[in-house]
Structures are given as C-alpha cells and as structure tokens.
Design a protein around this ligand. Structure first.
Ligand code: ATP
Ligand code: MG
Length: 452
C-alpha cells in the first residue's frame, strides 16, 4: 500500500461513483518505491475515453484514439489512459491499432519494464505488481515485461528507454534484456528520430552519462545513432592523455555540469580528432585544428537529431572555442577581445567545458583540479568584466542614429563604422564617450570611405 496524493483521492471519487476502477501507474509508482518525487501523474482506468471525458468538466482530448484524456484539476494535468493491449506493430514506431482491455493486469502486461508495470489502486493505494517490479527496483534491475526479444521487436524505442533508465537510476540491465538489444537494432533504426533524441537527452543529463553511453556502445546503439562517436574508439592520443578519444569523451561528459548544451559540447568536443589525426615532427600524434572539424561534425549530428537551431548553435560555438590558450602576458585589450569573441553570455559555459575537458585528460574529478591557467584566466576575465566597459555594439555610447545625424548612413556603412568603434574602444575603453566617438567616426568615414 502506498501514500496517495490528495488530488488523486478526489479524482478517484468521480470514477468510483460511476462504477469504474482507477489506478495510479507508470513512473509515479516506480519513483515512490525509489523514494523520489515524480511530477507527472499517470492513471489507468476501465472507463473509455468518452466516459472519462463525461466525468470531468475540464479535459483535453490528448489522444482519444490511443485512449488518453488529460484531466485538469487546478493547475495540475493528469494523464488518464484506458486499459489497453497493444498489437500489430509493422514499422517499429507505433502500434498500428490499439485494443482496450478489461483488466489492469492486461494493461500492465503491455508496459515496457517490470519497474514501470506496477499499479496502485485508487483511492486506497493498494499495490498490484504481477511482474515483481518492486523486487527488481530493490535490486536495481531493468527487465522487460515478458520476452525481451519480442518486446523490443514491437517497439524499437524500448532499448533506448532501457539504457536511459540505466543511466538515470544507476540500475543494471538484466542479461536477457541486454542481449535482446543487438537483434532489435533494425527496429530501433525505424523509430522517429525525435523520440530517440528525447530519450538521449535524458541520458545526457543523467548524473553519469557515461553509464548510458558505455551501455549504448556495448549494445551497438552508439554505432547506430552516433557512428561518428564510435569512430573515436581506439584513437590513441598519448602525450598527456591517458585515454583514447572515446573514453576521454565519456569522462568529459561526466565532468560537465548537467546542462544540455554543456553535456552535448562535452560529448562532441573531440569528435573531429579521428579525421585530423596526423604524425608530428617528433613522431607524436597531432590533432591540428580539431575543434573546427569537431564543431562541423557536431552540427551535422545535431541537425540529424533535429535538435533546436539555437541549442545547436550554442553547442557548436562552445566546441569551436574550446581550445583557447591564455598567457598571463596578455594585455587587457587582448582579454576584452577574447570576451567579445566568445560572447559574455557564453564565457562561464566555455570555462565549464574546458574544466571538464582538462579533468578528463587524466580522469581527475573537475572539482579536484589544482590551481590552473583556467582559474587565473577566469579571475582576470571577471575582474575586467566588472569594469563594465563596452563588450558589444549595444554598450557603445553612440548608436546608428547618432551616426545618421552626422550624415553617415543609414546603410551598411553604419554597421561597419560601429564595429570599428567597438574595436577602438576595446583597445582603449576611455574613448567610450559620445563626443569622442563621434569625432572618431567622422575620421574613419573620411579616411576609409573617402568621403568629405
Ligand atoms: P519519466 O516520466 O521519468 O520519463 P516514466 O516511466 O513515467 O518515466 P513515461 O514515458 O512518462 O515514462 O511513460 C509512462 C509509462 O508508460 C511508463 O512507466 C511505462 O509503463 C509506459 N510506457 C512508456 N513508454 C513505453 C513504451 N515505449 N513501451 C511500453 N510502455 C511504455
Ligand atoms: Mg512520466
């Protein structure tokens, strides 16, 4: 028996008084046994979607043909799905047809893993656990409901979900379940890429993404979805590096803070290394300008997985910039130019990426890194940023309109001159004053654009 949230007790009254049964199912029940909060509540019932729709005032017909209605109570959304069985998968994507089922047991038998196939009868919270999911949760085991080969051939997303749960929960995948992934790869290849991507995002954001990534590699999912990453296996680097490129990447992912652009940047930051590897003058491996090649490959992959354009740009920008090298002899102007090149909003992310990268050279945890060039540079940047000089066109004390009143532009020339003014101010912040900049603008205009 489990503790039932008040909101579900209220809802279940409506079902019960109309003669229907209703259960809490899915992630919320699993996470209860893990002692974790779970935000979205999924319930299952023998009432048909039409009947559910008639019981409540505020509903969304989320997927009537799949048997799902969303019930709205206050600001909470509760997904209600009619008991069903699934049959007839022809393309590994979605069931061709669904059939409603009379009992909760049948409904639980179509679910993916034993830990996700536990129901709590409402309102009391009495547990139905026909596949020993509670025991598997206690032992930290991911196991399909029924025959693994069959379940994976029905829905090619399930192998990705298995790996995702392994990474999120730190569970291990039971032998037969793990062994059934390889033979199901052709089915996984048919699944809509957005669904794969959404599971992969959860792997990337897990406490230790490497658990999921190693599991993907072992089962062939990595070669299927990210062949470019698989190519990094066995690429030795030597020098300071203790690992081949792929193990280095795994360590970097684990060391990066759990934000999606950082985890993706860590995942792809060295992916161009196999393509640019060459033997240097002293017989050592060199990876000249690998950051450019890595950013290019990362962009292809992120487009292929239909990641949002903005996220793709942020990620490839971090990759492209990650090899910066700071010397304490740099002038303030050089540091300001660096800030402008990276963009103020990206600086801290770039340092996080570089710290993860540095830590992963030897497998040291990022927080244990000794005082390094990075800390020194970070301090210097923060000090310079506090001086509140201009780092972007918007920070200049003149704008396009001011130039127009001088008789310059409007047109492309305005932008060109504003950029030159920013360069000037980066060299000498004292010049960021309206009258002085207008004077300089006039001089640039006369000299460069040959105008009176
Ligand atoms: P989380 O919400 O933390 O991602 P979850 O287990 O709630 O985990 P959902 O995708 O919300 O995952 O799915 C809810 C439930 O639906 C699952 O617990 C499982 O019982 C069932 N389910 C989801 N996807 C599948 C699938 N591909 N095959 C079979 N059952 C599934
Ligand atoms: Mg859920």
């Amino acid at each position: 028996k489990i503790q039932v949230p008040e909101i579900l007790k209220k809802i279940s009254v409506a079902f019960k008084s109309a003669g229907f049964s209703v259960y809490l199912v899915g992630g919320a029940v699993r996470d209860h046994f893990l002692g974790k909060e779970h935000d979205d509540l999924d319930i299952a019932t023998d009432a048909t979607p039409d009947q559910v729709a008639r019981l409540f005032k505020r509903i969304i017909p989320t997927g009537i043909e799949h048997g799902t209605v969303t019930i709205i109570v206050g600001d909470r959304h509760i997904e209600c799905t009619t008991f069903r069985t699934e049959e007839g998968y022809t393309d590994g994507r979605r069931p061709d047809k669904i059939e409603f089922a009379p009992t909760i047991e049948e409904d639980l038998s179509r679910r993916d893993f034993t830990m996700n196939a536990i129901a709590a009868a409402l309102p009391e919270g009495i547990i139905t656990d026909p596949f020993n999911g509670i025991q598997d949760i206690r032992h930290g085991i991911i196991r399909t409901v029924g025959d693994a080969k069959e379940r994976f051939s029905e829905d090619g997303l399930r192998p990705m979900r298995a790996v995702r749960f392994a990474a999120q929960l730190g569970f291990s995948i039971e032998r037969k379940t793990l062994d059934a992934i390889g033979p199901a790869l052709q089915v996984t290849a048919q699944v809509a890429i957005e669904r794969i991507r959404d599971e992969f995002i959860k792997i990337a954001l897990a406490p230790k993404p490497s658990i999921g990534l190693r599991c993907m590699e072992e089962t062939g999912l990595l070669r299927l979805i990210f062949p470019e990453l698989q190519n990094c296996r066995g690429i030795e680097q030597k020098g300071l590096h203790e690992f081949d490129v792929l193990d280095h990447i795994y360590f970097a992912c684990d060391s990066a803070p759990p934000a999606i652009e950082l985890r993706l940047a860590a995942l792809f930051h060295d992916i161009g290394k196999p393509a640019v590897r060459a033997i240097g003058p002293g017989g050592e491996w060199t990876f000249h300008n690998h950051e450019t090649e890595s950013a290019r490959i990362a962009e292809n992959i992120l487009k292929r997985l239909k990641f949002p354009v903005k996220l793709t740009q942020q990620t490839t920008h971090l990759i492209r910039q990650h090899m910066f090298n700071y010397q304490s002899e740099w002038t303030d102007a050089a540091v300001r130019r660096f800030i402008v090149r990276v963009g103020e909003e990206s600086i801290q992310d770039l340092f996080s990426l570089r710290r993860a990268d540095t830590a992963a050279i030897t497998g040291t945890p990022a927080h244990a890194l000794k005082h390094t060039m990075l800390d020194e540079f970070d301090d210097r940047i923060q000090k310079i940023q506090k001086e509140k000089h201009a780092f972007a066109l918007k920070d200049l004390s003149v704008n396009g309109g001011d130039l127009v009143s001088l008789g310059i532009g409007p047109g492309p020339v305005t932008g060109k001159i504003l950029n030159e003014l920013l360069e000037t101010v980066l060299d000498d912040p004292e010049l960021n004053e309206k009258q002085r900049l207008l004077e300089i603008a006039r001089l640039i205009y006369q000299k460069k654009f040959n105008q009176e």
